[in-house]
Design a protein around this ligand. Structure first.
Ligand code: NAD
Ligand code: ZN
Length: 344
């Protein structure tokens, strides 16, 4: 079968023939329905100087935002049927430690016993015709469209987890939120904030068309020029309750710091990796500044419930597998809007 294989850091991936995988005990073989092209893949093959974790050892097939239909059950798997559609929770931990026991495989305390982080991140993922994963990692999609659902496995789950961490602040009347960077993650972030919080949602991006897309989803668009001044004006000088930076570059961290309210929060989701020099006067008093990573299995069930209820609906552009490398090049060049999904 054909697969998009990551062969090394600072090395563009290749589309090649690989063996069709065989499901092991407790696993299933999925026929891939959709596989989202995430900017983190660009981080892997284009931006990162090397492995930041020690568990992303090439080669492996890319694709950590995957949906598919069951093709075959591995030994010991019962209660699932061929042809049913599922979204895949990518992270795979040891399954025994405390974080794994609450479905937070992202923070598994025994990664060395597993040897990789997730399907598509150290273990073969879904930029291919077929992939295997643990039966535990499947979220039922019912009759919802599996191709458009694929990005939810990361571009939905990551903003959902980030938003849920600060949700109590966003249910207070008068609360405001800001999404910086309106690509795959940021646009779904706007939809989740609108669906769950009641906060006024501001959204900014260097690309005017991305700002326009967020406005269609109910955000107040802020052009990136003089965004900090505009946000101060719109919030009566109080600043924004919760800022989500889906880029993580120097100018976006600067904008986050200049826009956040006292006792508010800045959550850095984007992995551009810029430094943020801090001292006690750098941010308004009592601001919580944190990173975040992906989400839990339970979170993903909740994301799928929002999707099946029609409350979130990622903007997807679908391409065949033989165009996957062109899609990744477009992502490198900043020419993808919404989320590009490969449907093999
Ligand atoms: P994307 O390429 O789809 O979108 C990025 C958007 O940011 C684009 O619309 C771009 O125009 C905009 N942007 C870039 N520089 C900007 C700037 N200076 N000011 C305003 N907007 C700017 O990317 P994506 O797939 O949505 O991923 C976003 C980031 O999140 C990436 O860094 C990715 O690696 C990271 N990520 C993190 C996690 C996590 O768990 N923390 C999970 C998935 C992705
Ligand atoms: Zn991702």
């Amino acid at each position: 079968m054909k697969a998009v294989v990551f062969e090394g850091f600072k090395t563009f991936p290749v589309l090649k023939d690989v063996d069709k995988p065989v499901p092991g005990p407790g696993e299933v073989l999925l026929k891939v329905a959709g596989s989202g092209a995430c900017h983190s893949d660009v981080g892997l093959f284009h931006e990162f100087p090397g492995d930041p974790t020690g568990f992303l050892t090439p080669p492996f097939t890319l694709g950590h935002e995957v949906s598919g239909w069951i093709e075959e059950l591995g030994p010991g798997v019962t209660g699932l049927n061929a042809g049913e559609a599922f979204l895949v929770y990518g992270p795979i931990g040891c399954g025994r430690c405390k974080p794994c026991s609450r479905g937070q495989d992202t923070y598994c305390q025994d990664v060395p016993s597993v040897g990789y982080l997730a399907t598509g991140l150290g273990r073969d993922g879904g930029m291919a015709e077929y992939m295997t994963t643990n039966a535990r990692n499947l979220i039922p999609l019912g009759d919802a469209d599996p191709v458009a659902a694929a990005p939810l496995a990361d571009a939905g789950l990551t903003p959902y987890h980030a938003i849920k961490r600060v949700l109590p602040d966003l249910t207070t009347p008068g609360a405001t939120a800001l999404c910086i960077g309106l690509g795959g993650l940021g646009l779904v972030g706007v939809q989740i904030l609108r669906a769950m919080s009641g906060a006024t949602v501001y959204a900014t991006d260097t690309k005017p068309e991305a700002v326009a897309a967020a406005e269609k989803d109910g955000a107040i668009g802020i052009p990136s020029e003089a965004a900090a001044e505009k946000l101060q004006e719109l919030t009566g000088g109080r600043g924004v309750t919760a800022v989500f930076d889906f880029v993580g570059a120097a100018p976006t961290l600067e904008l986050a710091a200049a826009s956040v309210a006292q006792q508010g929060s800045v959550t850095v989701v984007g992995l551009a990796g810029a430094d943020f020099p801090w001292n006690v006067f750098r941010l308004p008093y009592e601001v919580n500044f944190s990173s975040t990573y992906w989400g839990t299995l339970e979170d993903l069930h909740e994301v799928v419930e929002l999707y099946r209820a029609g409350k979130i609906n990622p903007e997807v552009h679908v391409f065949p597998l033989d165009q996957a490398l062109e899609v990744y090049q477009k992502l490198v060049d900043g020419k993808v809007s919404g989320r590009a999904v490969i449907a093999p």
